[in-house]
Design a protein. Structure first.
Length: 87
């Protein structure tokens, strides 16, 4: 393959191994249709209201949605949010 392997070692300290292999730079792969669809269906930057009365479920959902880039507003139930909005 035209590469090299070298080693240096020092008693009581350890060893260093170096492997060098020549490679040519390949062309960047084209984006797949799935990657393009994922980008189009992304929730990154969307403001979402999460309505969940179970605290554990709400926390899990919030983490998952924020990991995808969504901005989350959480409420305990739908009636609470409606009351806040129309009062």
């Amino acid at each position: 393959m035209g590469g090299t392997i070298s080693v240096t070692s020092e008693v009581g300290k350890g060893s260093t191994f170096v492997v060098e292999l020549p490679f040519e730079m390949g062309a960047a792969p084209e984006k797949s249709k799935k990657e393009e669809a994922d980008k189009e269906n992304s929730i990154h930057g969307l403001n979402l209201m999460l309505v969940e009365d179970n605290k554990l479920n709400a926390e899990v959902a919030e983490i998952l949605l924020e990991d995808e880039g969504a901005i989350i507003t959480m409420v305990n139930d739908g009636q609470q949010k409606l009351s806040q909005r129309y009062l």
